[in-house]
Design a protein around this ligand. Structure first.
Ligand SMILES: Nc1ncnc2c1ncn2[C@@H]1O[C@H](COP(=O)(O)OP(=O)(O)O)[C@@H](O)[C@H]1O
Ligand SMILES: [Mg+2]
Length: 346
């Protein structure tokens, strides 16, 4: 449904050229929830703004629903844009309008008759769980409720695609989960394709089926969420996953360094399991087969869209060759295995 081919976006700034998006190829299928994760400045917003023609690529093509966005003009562009809803970190609501009026606004622009507008808006307000708050003003709502209005408004013209740019980044964890649940529900109910931009890996883990990792304008890694969690290829992806696995430890790098200092012998290994592997005797088998000692340092289980992900930090000690073989065996059992090395350069 969305096809990005060799997308490049260069901005002209006072300091010269700035390449915000660099040779991105991406293919997103209908009904998918696709996460794009990256740190601030990676080029995520610029990329997603090219999906609906808010930005035009310097090079390459964006095809949505069979239309090359940069080739659309006037009425056709407006029509295509109506099929692409968008929500934002700071909600972008009309503060002088009520909840219902906010949701009716895009319908007004699309020329929908007044009686129909109201009916449709009421239905959407119900869909996002705000029934009874139709006459409230945005300032009278909590952050989560404001984003619900943003979602209802984005759905007004029955889009086939919803773009979410850091839509939960201004919300607390509990509210974030509620809004993510709502997005998942809408995705299922309406078969709506969702592209979700975020700097938080747990957002991706909870509701996305696919993920692309962006760094410095490029997509450096992409794939099924569970595969990427189990076998991250790039250092930046590993960092995102570690941060997600240790949400309460603040500076993850420092925690890892502390572990390395505290457990200097053998190898410190981060294991990632999928649901069915949680039931396999993975650990006992390598301890028995390779005569290694295994010391569990930290572990947790996290919920993902397709089942759960188990994360375990262990220290493996014993004969160095046996430790290496045990790690290889874990890898062959399709467990995600990362040998932790020093992350802070001294
Ligand atoms: N309109 C613009 N003009 C010049 N530079 C821009 C513009 N928009 C974004 N950039 C630059 O492009 C890079 C990527 O920005 P952005 O897409 O907002 O990243 P992200 O959303 O991942 O934080 C940044 O270096 C940013 O400063
Ligand atoms: Mg951004």
């Amino acid at each position: 449904m969305i096809e990005l081919k060799n997308i490049k976006k260069v901005f002209q700034t006072k300091e010269g050229h700035l390449t915000a998006v660099d040779q991105v190829n991406l293919s997103i299928e209908e009904g998918e929830i696709y996460g794009i994760v990256g740190y601030s400045g990676a080029g995520k917003s610029t990329l997603v703004r090219m999906f609906n023609g808010l930005e035009l690529p310097t090079d390459g093509t964006v095809t949505v629903n069979g239309n090359v966005i940069s080739e659309l003009k006037g009425k056709n562009l407006r029509k295509e844009r109506q099929k692409i809803g968008m929500i934002f970190q700071h909600f972008n609501l009309l503060w002088s309008r009520t909840v219902l009026e906010n949701v009716m606004f895009p319908l007004e622009i699309a020329g929908v008759p007044k009686s129909k507008r109201e009916e449709k808006a009421k239905e959407l307000v119900r869909l996002v769980g705000l029934e009874g708050r139709e006459q409230a003003y945005p300032t009278q709502l909590s952050g989560g409720q404001k984003q619900r209005v943003g979602i209802a408004r984005a759905l007004a013209n029955e889009p086939t695609l919803l773009l979410c740019d850091e839509a939960t980044s201004a919300l607390d964890p509990q509210t974030t989960d509620e809004v993510l649940d709502l997005l998942l529900d809408i995705n299922k109910r309406l078969n709506l394709t969702i592209v979700l931009i975020t700097h938080e890996m747990h957002v991706v883990r909870k509701i996305c089926s696919k993920v692309a990792v962006m760094d410095d304008g490029k997509v450096v890694e992409s794939g099924d969420v569970l595969d990427v969690f189990k076998k991250p290829q790039q250092e930046i992806t590993k960092r995102f996953i570690r941060q997600d696995a240790n949400p309460d430890s603040g500076e993850t790098d420092e925690v890892i360094e502390e572990m390395l200092t505290e457990y200097p012998e053998g190898k410190l290994v981060h294991l990632v399991f999928e649901e069915e592997q949680v039931r396999m005797p993975v650990i006992s088998r390598i301890v028995r087969d390779y005569d290694v000692e295994l010391n569990i340092i930290q572990g947790n289980i996290q919920q993902a869209k397709k089942g759960s992900i188990g994360s375990l930090y262990v220290q493996l000690t014993g004969d160095a060759l046996n430790v290496a073989k045990a790690i290889e065996q874990l890898d062959q059992m399709k467990v995600g295995v990362e040998v932790i090395e020093h992350v802070i350069e001294s």
